[in-house]
Design a protein around this ligand. Structure first.
Ligand code: SF4
Length: 280
């Protein structure tokens, strides 16, 4: 079945719009986040698709997964998103090597570090066949302050993230069939159960995480070996880089170590809420 027709066919089932035709055998439909019931006809179709094996699965290499996705979803709308973290830069490099054009979406929160803007420009120069597209909010920091008061990231960081990240991401992914990310299971407990490919109930699309089984150490090795540009703040003790207001360096952390420490240090919050499909 062509991907462009998957949504229509699934909608005809009367259930949530799905696009399971691309799922490899290793994916267990029972592990869907949110616990929504699946219509019987969709389950039947899944079973039939499981019989017609895709050439990839959870044990496939990242190169195989990426090559497969670019071919398998050739007629679908696929985008990669990135916040220009080390994982995202490595993944951009891996995809770029296949030579296919792809849109890379990022959300400029208007609170990026100078180093992040410099990295974005460097990546765009280095990979001219990829289209880097800013889908961040148009609400300026001044307007946000007028509407919600000063320093919303301190008074209500969840709302601030919703305005500057989550809502823009919802808009950016509208009409997208396949969403490629650099998420890894090793990044945090909340990401520990992600699959390489899954259905995202929050955004109603296929979510593709070809680095799911990687570690930061492996990413760092890839970045060094392939001279992939990365955020210079990583060398200054920032394991991850988000907004200036909510990102701190972490003492003693090495370039090959990943930790969410350093983000929203005055709050229990560890995620911005973008990746809601599996509770992350
Ligand atoms: S990370 Fe901080 S500044 Fe950025 S959107 Fe979230 S709360 Fe706002």
């Amino acid at each position: 079945m062509r991907d462009s027709t998957i949504r229509e066919a699934a909608a005809a089932d009367g259930g949530p719009v799905r696009a399971d035709a691309g799922l490899p055998r290793a994916v267990d439909p029972q592990t869907r986040a949110g616990g929504e019931a699946e219509p019987a006809s969709v389950r039947l179709r899944l079973a039939k698709q499981a019989e017609a094996a895709e050439p990839i699965g959870e044990t496939s290499s990242t190169e195989e997964l990426i090559a497969w996705s670019l071919e398998r979803f050739r007629d679908a709308t696929m985008v990669m998103t990135t916040s220009f973290g080390m994982e995202g830069c490595a993944l951009i490099d891996m995809v770029a090597r296949r030579g296919r054009p792809l849109t890379v979406v990022y959300l400029d929160t208007m609170f990026f570090f100078r180093e992040t803007y410099e990295l974005r420009d460097e990546m765009a120069r280095r990979y001219p066949h990829l289209r880097f597209e800013n889908r961040g909010t148009s609400l300026t920091p001044d307007e946000q302050e007028r509407q919600f008061g000063p320093q919303l990231w301190k008074t209500n960081p969840t709302l601030c993230c919703r305005i500057r990240k989550v809502d823009p991401m919802v808009a950016a992914l509208r009409g997208v069939d396949v969403w490629m990310t650099g998420l890894m299971r090793s990044q945090s407990a909340t990401r520990a159960n992600i699959s390489t490919i899954d259905w995202d109930w929050k955004y109603q699309l296929i979510k593709f995480n070809p680095l799911a089984f990687w570690t930061r150490e492996r990413v760092w090795e890839y970045v060094r070996e392939n001279r992939v540009p990365y955020n210079k703040l990583h060398e200054q003790g920032y394991p991850t880089v988000g907004c200036t207001h909510c990102t701190q360096p972490v003492e003693g952390v090495k370039l090959g170590e990943y930790t969410r420490a350093g983000r929203w240090t005055d709050f229990e919050k560890t995620e911005c809420g973008l990746h809601g499909g599996a509770g992350i």
